[in-house]
Design a protein. Structure first.
Length: 198
């Protein structure tokens, strides 16, 4: 804890040296353009990998970046992001090498998390034909990471919160990205909603 507080003090001092109003300005407004739904994995911090400053992205993270219709935590954050903050882009971000995705389909028992990960097993079963044609286990898990992101984009779009925003004519896009742990790059999965004329 001592080291963490020391690092924080250095970080704050660095920002104040660059801009004396840095924290004053941040404390007065929260107007993020983006809402990020990502994995809890410590290697995928939203601000850092997207190169965004505090105040620029509103964040919700859970194991395997899932949007479950019964998850009051996720839905509360989503509603606040859309209706109060009026974010303009929602980004569901998965990552290759996701432990949650692997645990969902490894056939082992892990405890409570097996219930949380059930939607991923459903996606794997639904897309079994495509997944079985891939060369090896690694390729299958990577593709399942992508399919999971696409499914969560669809789920976000289907929530009454997002449907109502679109009905009101509020500008709001939902994107799906996947992050590569080995190269630090975000890839656009091309599943943005709404599509033109939809
Ligand atoms: Zn993960």
């Amino acid at each position: 804890m001592k080291e963490l507080l020391q690092r924080n003090a250095e970080w704050a001092a660095r920002h104040i040296a660059e801009n004396p109003n840095y924290f004053k300005r941040l404390s007065e407004i929260q107007r993020p353009h983006y809402f990020w739904i990502g994995c809890s994995d410590s290697r995928v911090p939203a601000n850092v990998i997207a190169g965004l400053e505090p105040g620029e992205v509103f964040v919700h993270r859970n194991v395997a970046n899932l949007v479950n219709p019964g998850d009051l935590n996720c839905l509360s954050v989503l509603q606040f992001a859309v209706e109060a903050l009026k974010v303009q882009e929602i980004i569901v971000t998965g990552h290759y090498g996701c432990g949650g995705i692997a645990a969902a389909v490894d056939g082992e028992r892990h405890g409570i998390i097996d219930h949380w990960l059930q939607p991923i097993r459903d996606i794997a079963a639904h897309q079994a034909g495509e997944l079985e044609n891939l060369a090896d286990e690694r390729a299958r898990l990577d593709r399942l990471c992508e399919l999971n992101v696409m499914a969560q984009v669809q789920r976000v779009a289907e929530t009454p919160i997002v449907q109502d925003a679109w009905k009101r004519g509020q500008p709001l896009l939902v994107h799906g990205l996947v992050y590569g742990l080995s190269d630090g790059r975000l890839r656009n999965l091309g599943c943005t909603l709404p599509r033109p004329a939809e």
